[in-house]
Design a protein around this ligand. Structure first.
Ligand SMILES: *Cc1c(COP(=O)(O)O)cnc(C)c1O
Ligand code: SF4
Length: 316
């Protein structure tokens, strides 16, 4: 974490690219952050490298775009107590931290007011009480930011308190860390993941097959060995993964690493991300092409999140 690259000029120079590709204004509110291991997976001298484009602040982020908002999916309206987002039946999302090991430019929470949402030490109580009081909740999703940036002692403590809530069946962890910083999957983490009474699901976030290397596969294999189910969600991103060959290669590479493709999200219309959008018609035809190339179980579900609906909306 401490060694992550935060200076766009340093990043571009290390890749043999002109520093003018980055925009200083765009990086002001949501600065560059990328772990060195992720940088090593970028291709040198390629200004369109699909990993570089996910993290580099660009001038297009400053252009106002119709319909793009700071909170595109209405998370704040669904926050029932600080840090608990309860939108869908049976599952609640717990915002555990605002910090991420990588800053993805298209992130729908890039403007999220984490300071207000973050359950501080004492406030786990309010969150746990809310979950304990609603017997319809069967699954808790640890999200963020990246929940695996919390210390293992805190995470293990939280999980042991959750597993004592009798109506909970599943624990889900939404994290990008096994991909962007695979060394996070260490003995301390493997000491508590999958040990709970709750069935554990880890949903990672990979958008392009180049994100997977030997270290990532090793980390994923270690997680799978704990009996945890591994799923992946991606965002369909213009210029990064919006072609059928890339998406097919991604599904194949994920499966080879023991991860099932889960969701392919259409971009949430967050301010500053309009240049990543792929329109719905094109997304649908890409999915049709993907279905022709892959076994059904390797085709992710194409979804869009719409505010006020009881689930992710399938796009077809
Ligand atoms: C996406 C999301 C979930 C999980 O939805 P699934 O369809 O079960 O993956 C839960 N809560 C919130 C607030 C979400 O945005
Ligand atoms: S890892 Fe996830 S939450 Fe963090 S910046 Fe990237 S998309 Fe956003």
């Amino acid at each position: 974490m401490a060694e992550a690259v935060t200076d766009p000029a340093e990043l571009l120079r290390s890749l043999g690219l002109p520093v003018s590709l980055a925009d200083t204004l765009a990086g002001k509110h949501f600065p560059l952050r990328v772990p060195r291991g992720f940088v090593r997976r970028m291709e040198r001298e390629n200004p369109r490298d699909p990993l570089l484009l996910q993290v580099l602040p660009r001038m297009w982020e400053n252009r106002p775009a119709e319909g793009y908002r700071p909170d595109p999916v209405g998370d704040l309206a669904s926050m029932v107590v600080p840090g608990v987002i309860h939108k869908y039946r049976g599952r609640v999302l717990l915002v555990t931290t605002g910090v991420c090991a990588i800053h993805c430019r298209y992130c729908f929470r890039r403007h999220f007011p984490y300071a207000d949402a973050n359950p501080r030490r004492g406030e786990w109580e309010a969150a746990l009480e809310y979950i304990a009081d609603d017997p319809t909740i069967e699954e808790v999703i640890l999200s963020g930011g990246d929940p695996l940036l919390l210390a293992d002692t805190r995470l293990a403590g939280l999980c042991s308190r959750l597993q004592r809530i009798p109506h909970l069946r599943r624990l889900r962890i939404h994290t990008r860390l096994p991909v962007v910083l695979p060394s996070r999957v260490d003995d301390a983490l493997l000491g508590w993941v999958g040990k709970s009474r709750l069935q554990t699901v880890i949903v990672v976030h990979v958008n392009h097959p180049n994100e997977l290397d030997g270290a990532v596969s090793g980390a994923l294999a270690d997680l799978a060995d704990t009996g945890t189910i591994l799923l992946n969600q991606s965002v369909l991103l213009h210029g990064i993964n919006d072609d059928a060959a890339t998406l097919a290669a991604l599904s194949e590479a994920l499966f080879a690493a023991g991860v099932m493709p889960y969701y392919l999200h259409l971009l949430d219309k967050v301010e500053g991300a309009a240049h990543f959008d792929v329109d719905e018609g094109r997304a649908i035809s890409l999915l049709a092409e993907l279905r022709e190339r892959l076994p059904g179980y390797l085709v992710p579900r194409l979804v869009r999140e719409r505010e006020g609906t009881p689930a992710k909306t399938p796009v077809s």
